[in-house]
Write a protein that binds this ligand. Structure first.
Ligand SMILES: Nc1ncnc2c1ncn2[C@@H]1O[C@H](COP(=O)(O)OP(=O)(O)OP(=O)(O)O)[C@@H](O)[C@H]1O
Length: 348
């Protein structure tokens, strides 16, 4: 494949087990009408995608939209269909049915894709003897992106000095940063990162979160996959939770927590029986264990009011909100491909 035909960042992974691996060259570069319209503010639309690998249903009607100006987390357990969806968006896996559009156009119709969509889909296929900077220069040349972007991007990903070293000596975290640099070279309106936190140390994770927020503030559409909800806490505005090839939840972080989690109030009192009776009469579900009473169905403020009015002594009332991780576990329990521990196959 000639150098100028190679799609850096999106053409690396060929799974041998499919028997239906797509021909990347013809998929990405077949002669067909191309668009180079500006896709600034472009959204990603995933519409009813279906994909089987033999008897495995990888995508089962996957549908969602990624809006500009937000970080959208794409979360689900192993085998949920995240990578297959991303590969379908990038034209690397041909779906059996459905469509994926970027700014209204299929990826393969974009004339210079990296100027519209920056993607990190796997560990970069780096030539170990080439410096990180030269790797980016090669990509820039292949996509007709001005060479000046290379140093700007190296600085953005924190590789200014390391960029002059051979990539063969890079840590996994540094390779991730270089891959993200490659994704950002074309100043794309749409950024898609598959498991970008992989291999990052704590400092790298903080940096990554800041970068994602900046990209969203710049009005880009940002789709970030992860199988750990906690990685996205405080970073994503919106989450698409998936399991077994379909969407389980598609909501803002706040809505998701409020909708799925049951808020609890913990009460510490020397009169637990009296408190349980009183709160039960007020319509709450209350259960005592020692001097602790767990209350659901009414808020902490109401608990305090009821206890004070009835003269029931208490030393502590604490509202406990469900965390994002709690919500995620509730949504995805039973959706894992293989359950850990008991060795049983999941419900796939
Ligand atoms: N090329 C392939 N050949 C055969 N099966 C595949 C192929 N690609 C994906 N699958 C299967 O499709 C399902 C979805 O896989 P996918 O990689 O999209 O999930 P994922 O959510 O990205 O998981 P992970 O977090 O483990 O990467 C899995 O059962 C996987 O084994």
């Amino acid at each position: 494949m000639p150098a100028d035909r190679c799609q850096p960042g999106v053409n690396r992974r060929h799974r041998a087990d499919t028997g239906r691996a797509v021909d990347l060259h013809s998929t990405l570069f077949a002669p067909r009408p191309r668009t180079d319209e500006h896709v600034s503010g472009a959204s990603i639309e995933v519409i009813e995608l279906r994909k089987r690998f033999g008897s495995t249903v990888a995508l089962d009607g996957m549908s969602f939209t990624v809006a500009p100006g937000k970080v959208t987390g794409f979360v689900g357990p192993n085998g949920a269909g995240k990578s297959t969806t991303i590969r379908a968006i990038l034209g690397l896996d041909a779906p059996d049915a459905g469509r994926a559009l970027i700014g209204g156009a299929a990826y393969r119709r974009l004339r210079h894709p990296l100027r519209h969509v920056g993607a990190l889909v796997d560990d970069a296929a780096l030539q170990p003897g080439r410096t990180g900077r030269n790797h980016l220069l090669w990509i820039a040349r292949s996509q007709k992106i001005e060479a000046g972007r290379v140093d700007a991007v190296l600085e953005q990903v924190g590789l200014t000095s390391a960029g002059r070293r051979k990539a063969g000596g890079y840590s996994l975290g540094m390779r991730q940063r270089l891959g993200i640099g490659a994704a950002l070279l074309g100043d794309p309106a749409v950024v898609i990162l598959d498991e970008p936190f992989n291999g990052m140390d704590p400092e790298g994770i903080i940096w990554m979160r800041g970068l994602l927020r900046t990209l969203a503030q710049e009005k880009r559409s940002v789709l970030v996959s992860s199988h750990l909800m906690g990685e996205l806490q405080g970073t994503a505005d919106h989450v698409v939770v998936v399991g077994r090839g379909r969407v389980l939840a598609d909501a803002s972080i706040d809505d998701l927590v409020a909708r799925v989690s049951r808020d609890q109030v913990l009460l510490r009192t020397s009169a637990p029986d009296q408190a349980v009776r009183l709160l039960g009469q007020a319509g709450a579900a209350a259960a005592g264990s020692g001097d602790i009473v767990t209350v659901t169905g009414i808020g902490a403020q109401r608990v305090v009011e009821l206890l004070a009015a009835a003269g029931v002594a208490f030393s502590e009332v604490t509202a406990q909100r469900g965390t994002l991780e709690d919500v995620y576990l509730q949504l995805t329990s039973g959706e894992v491909e293989f359950r850990s521990g008991d060795g049983r196959e999941g419900r796939r």
